[in-house]
Design a protein around this ligand. Structure first.
Ligand code: GTP
Length: 442
């Protein structure tokens, strides 16, 4: 006979950047021949390292034993490699939706930091409920607005609300909606856990108890004749699992993303920018991984810069490093477009800098609308090359509405001004993105 205490157990390893709903599976029914209900299969959701978990509804996540696995690290996002199935596309979409970093200011909440198998809890084991009135609490965390999807639990609330008169609903809809949203936001427990290392596991919903077998019921429960059938049915039925609603936020990999066509000089520029703190981490073994450098200012303000390789025309159709490359860009806050002023000089058959810019912007927008509205500047690199000065003047004529910095990354010329420009971009309360209509290629 199986162990009577074991019910179905679902553990979910979380790592999606979106809001998520998970429910533990129902326990199997107990059957005759002394057997209890079966244990359901585990449901596992993988998320990248750097995922912060906010609890909307359900039990506090708890730790599970880590499993050494080919786990995702902070550069990996589920589905980063080729994928064709509908389900993996859904995951990708979910991951893509919320990468605006809209909650980064909320990170002060007590955190249940998961590090290896140990929990590093905040001062309270139950994170305090905080009142944050965020502009939008729908999935996606876009700073610019809600994406229109609703939480399942919100739908339930809406149904209950319909008991009230429809007229009243009509007049009070906005107000009630706002109150409802506010109430929801107040109920969210922020940063209840954070996935910080590959292979970490977190249980976020548990499976229901399995039903008991006949021997247990007959022997231990001794039901009276009158309600015998009732009790047998109740005890042999598997219980439903718990349910949990979570908001999953993927933290940024860097403040600044250097984007540009191959050979534009991004890596060289990264070295030049972070020369004072040359902690350039070369994440080897895969070309999908960006290099990160740290740029520190005199007031100790520090900016992380990522050199993101792999952009080619057609990346949004998954050409080259394709989506994997584009996903990294999502995880940066501001963009520096690195253009090669010398691409067509001295008989080279490259692309003129303004067309390079147009191509990159088109790729980013194809991949995710609005991505190029992020605060941006242009780096006109290789200004040391013969004829590059004229190209730079031409570039300024053809590209409007965004600061352009002439730079020679290899000699570190123009780099101090660029550092200031990046700082301004980070500090600016109303920074501009790139507007495709302000790039003239004719
Ligand atoms: N003349 C000149 N050459 C430069 C400058 N910056 C970079 N280069 C050269 O341009 C080439 C490409 O530089 P990288 O830094 O590897 O360019 P990248 O954009 O990182 O290239 P990918 O890794 O292919 O994306 C190298 O040969 C550099 O030495 C510059 O300011 N002036």
């Amino acid at each position: 006979m199986e162990d009577l205490n074991s019910g179905e157990f679902v553990h979910t390893i979380f790592s999606l950047f979106t809001f998520g709903f998970q429910r533990g599976g129902r326990g199997g029914n107990g059957v005759s021949k002394n057997q209890i209900g079966t244990r359901g299969s585990d449901k596992i959701a993988q998320v990248p390292v750097g995922t912060v978990i906010h609890l909307v509804e359900g039990e506090q996540p708890s730790l599970a034993v880590n499993i050494p696995t080919r786990a995702l690290d902070q550069w990996d996002i589920p589905g980063a490699t080729e994928h064709s199935s509908a389900s993996s596309n859904q995951v990708d979409n979910a991951v893509m939706k919320g990468l605006d970093g809209g909650l980064s200011h909320l990170h002060n909440a007590p955190k249940h930091k998961i590090d290896g198998n140990e929990a590093e809890k905040g001062s309270n084991s139950q994170p305090e409920k905080r009142k944050y009135l965020h502009t939008c609490f729908k999935p996606g965390f876009s700073n610019t607005g809600c994406d229109g999807r609703t939480y399942p639990h919100q739908e339930e609330i809406d149904e209950n609300d319909q008991i009230e008169s429809e007229d009243e609903d009509e007049f009070n809809f906005d107000e009630e909606d706002e109150e409802e949203e506010e109430r929801e936001e107040q109920d969210v427990q922020y940063s209840v856990a954070e996935m910080t290392k590959p292979g970490q596991r977190l249980i976020i919903a548990r499976g229901g108890e399995g039903g008991l077998g006949n021997a247990f019921i007959m022997k231990d429960m001794r039901p009276s004749k009158a309600n015998r059938q009732d009790k047998i049915e109740r005890l042999s039925t598997g219980q439903p699992g718990t349910k949990t609603f979570l908001i999953l936020e993927l933290t940024s990999i860097a403040d600044v993303g250097l984007v540009g066509l191959p050979n534009a000089g991004k890596s060289t520029l990264l070295s030049a920018l972070s020369r004072a703190q040359p902690e350039i981490a070369d994440y080897e073994f895969t070309t999908l991984r960006p290099n990160i450098g740290s740029l520190t200012y005199e007031d100790y303000f520090s900016v992380k810069v990522a050199d993101i390789p792999g952009l080619i025309k057609g990346a949004h159709e998954n050409r080259g490093l394709g989506h994997a490359f584009l996903r990294h860009i999502e995880r940066t806050k501001v963009l520096a477009y690195v253009l090669d002023l010398a691409a067509t000089l001295n008989g080279r058959k490259g692309i003129p800098p303004w067309e390079q810019l147009q191509d990159i912007v088109v790729e980013l927008e194809h991949y995710q609308e609005g991505l190029t509205r992020r605060p941006s500047l242009v780096v006109a690199n290789k200004i040391d090359e013969e004829g590059a000065d004229q190209m730079y003047e031409e570039l300024k004529r053809r590209v409007q509405g965004v600061p352009i910095f002439p730079v020679c990354a290899i000699l570190q010329e123009g780099v101090p001004d660029l550092r200031v420009g990046l700082r301004n971009l980070m500090d600016d309360s109303d920074p501009q993105g790139i507007d495709l209509s302000k790039i003239s290629v004719q």
